[in-house]
Design a protein around this ligand. Structure first.
Ligand SMILES: Cc1ncc(COP(=O)(O)O)c(C=O)c1O
Length: 403
C-alpha cells in the first residue's frame, strides 16, 4: 500500500502549532545528505539539532536496529534488559559514572538529574537543602522544571506556576556567586558550552569558583551534556576539557544517533538515594534504543573519530574566517569541536531568517541559535569534501545578501 501523501496544508490542519518547519518535505537521508520529495539534495550541517552524530542511516546502526528489532522491541523496566545493561557498562567505562538511569529525552534526563540531586541532599544532609542554581541563557529543555531553570519570559510566560527553589545567576559571572550557591543549595546545573545561546564556553575562573563553592557547601554539580556530549566538542564529553568532574550528568541527543534515548549518569554514592520506586519511566532504556546507542557509543569512543572532529573543526574555521574576511558578515565565530556559532552582522536584508531560507533554497541545512547566530552541528563523520561544498553554498548566500 502506498503511504498517504502529506502537504504543508496537512501540517497546518493536524499538528499543534508549536513548530514552523521549512517548506520542503524531506523523504530520505544518507550520511550527511538529505533529499526532499522532489529529489532535491541538501547538505546537512544540522544533523537533527546535534543528534545524528554518525550521519543518517549509518550501516552499522541500521544493522544494530534491524538485528534488535528481530529479537525484542520492548520489555519495560520490570524485567532485566540486556541491551540497557550493556550500554550502561559502556558509559561507566568511558566516563566518571558508576550508575546510569535511562530516559527518553534531554529534558527528562534533566528532570531525573534534579530529582536525584534533591533526594541525595534530603537523605544525606538536610531536608532544607533543595535549592537549584542555574545560569542565564541556559537551555535545559521544555518540561516545567527545564523552563523554570531557564527562567526567561520567552519560555515561562503563560505556563506558571513554575517549580520553586531555583536561583538563576548570570553565566560566566563570578561576582555574587557565593550569594547564589549556599548551604541550602542541593545542586548547580550547568552547560559547560551553551549551545542554544550560540556556542558560549564557560570561563575557567567561573568553573573554579563554582567548584570551590560547591565543595564548601556540599553542593552537587550537574553537568548538562545533552547537546555537548557524544563527541560533539572533540572529546567524548565536554567536561573532560573543563577540569570539572560532574556529580551527575545528563545525556541525550547524539548518544542515540537519531533514536530517542537519554541518560542520567552519576556515582554509586549519589545513586543510592534513588531507591526502588523513587523514579521511573516506561520507555527509558527500551531495548531497540539501547541496542542502537550501544553501537553509537562504541563507535564514538574511538580516538580516531574524536581526532577527526578536531580536524574537521579546523576546516570549518578556516573557511568561515575566509568568508568573514571577504564579507565582514560575522561579528564572532565561536566553536567547540563540530559545534560552531557564527554571529551575524545583521542588516536590513541579512539576518538569521534570510540566511536560513536562502541556504535551504540552495541545498544547505543549517541551524539557528539565539542572538542572530548561525549554528552548525553536522555529523561527526561528515566528509571533508561535503564541508567544503556546504560552505561554498553559505558563501554564495552571503555574497548575495551581504556583498
Ligand atoms: C543542553 C540541553 N539540555 C536539554 C535539552 C532538552 O533536550 P530534549 O529536547 O531532548 O528534551 C537540550 C535540547 O536542545 C539541550 O540543548
Amino acid at each position: 500500500m502506498m503511504p498517504i501523501m502529506v502537504t504543508r496544508t496537512d501540517f497546518n490542519r493536524y499538528m499543534m502549532p508549536t513548530y514552523n518547519p521549512a517548506s520542503f518535505i524531506p523523504s530520505k537521508a544518507k550520511g550527511s545528505l538529505v533529499w526532499d520529495k522532489k529529489n532535491k539534495k541538501y547538505i546537512d550541517f544540522a544533523s537533527g539539532i546535534a543528534v545524528s552524530s554518525l550521519g543518517h542511516c549509518h550501516p552499522e546502526l541500521n544493522k544494530a536496529l534491524v538485528d534488535q528489532s528481530k529479537k525484542m522491541w520492548h520489555l519495560s523496566n520490570v524485567l532485566m534488559n540486556e541491551p540497557a545493561i550493556r550500554l550502561a557498562k559502556i558509559f561507566c567505562k568511558h566516563t566518571f559514572a558508576e550508575k546510569v538511569f535511562f530516559a527518553n529525552s534531554g529534558a527528562e534526563a534533566v528532570e531525573g538529574a534534579i530529582k536525584t540531586a534533591r533526594k541525595f541532599a534530603y537523605e544525606n544532609i538536610s531536608k532544607k537543602k533543595n535549592g537549584i542554581v542555574s545560569f542565564s541563557d541556559a537551555f535545559h529543555g521544555r518540561t516545567m522544571m527545564a523552563i523554570a531553570l531557564n527562567g526567561s519570559e520567552r519560555f515561562v510566560k503563560g505556563f506558571g506556576p513554575m517549580p520553586g527553589g531555583i536561583k538563576n545567576h548570570p553565566f560566566n559571572e563570578t561576582k555574587n556567586l557565593e550569594k547564589a550557591i549556599t548551604k541550602n543549595t542541593a545542586a548547580v546545573i550547568i552547560e559547560l558550552v551553551q549551545g542554544e545561546a550560540g556556542i558560549i564556553k564557560a570561563k575557567k575562573d567561573f568553573i573554579q569558583k563554582i567548584k570551590k563553592l560547591c565543595k564548601e557547601n556540599k553542593v552537587l554539580i550537574i553537568v548538562d551534556e545533552v547537546q555537548s556530549g557524544a563527541g560533539r566538542t572533540g572529546t567524548l564529553f565536554a567536561y573532560e576539557q573543563f577540569g570539572v568532574k560532574p556529580d551527575i550528568m545528563c545525556c541525550a541527543k547524539g548518544i542515540g544517533g537519531g533514536i530517542p534515548i537519554a541518560a542520567v549518569l552519576t556515582t554509586t554514592k549519589i545513586a543510592k538515594s534513588m531507591e526502588i520506586g523513587s523514579h521511573g519511566t516506561t520507555f527509558g532504556g527500551n531495548p531497540l534504543a539501547c541496542a542502537v546507542a550501544e553501537k553509537v557509543m562504541t563507535l564514538l569512543t574511538k580516538k580516531m573519530l574524536l581526532n577527526g572532529v578536531k580536524k574537521k573543526e579546523k576546516i570549518f574555521l578556516r573557511e568561515l574566517q575566509s568568508i568573514n574576511k571577504d564579507h565582514k558578515c560575522f561579528s564572532a565565530i565561536r566553536s567547540s569541536g563540530l559545534w560552531i556559532g557564527c554571529k551575524l552582522n545583521v542588516t536590513e536584508n541579512f539576518n538569521l531568517d534570510t540566511v536560513m531560507r536562502a541556504c535551504y533554497e540552495n541545498g544547505l541545512m543549517i541551524l539557528k541559535a539565539n542572538d542572530n547566530t548561525i549554528r552548525i552541528a553536522p555529523s561527526l563523520i561528515i566528509a571533508d569534501s561535503l564541508i567544503l561544498k556546504g560552505l561554498k553554498i553559505l558563501r554564495t548566500v552571503i555574497q548575495e545578501q551581504h556583498p
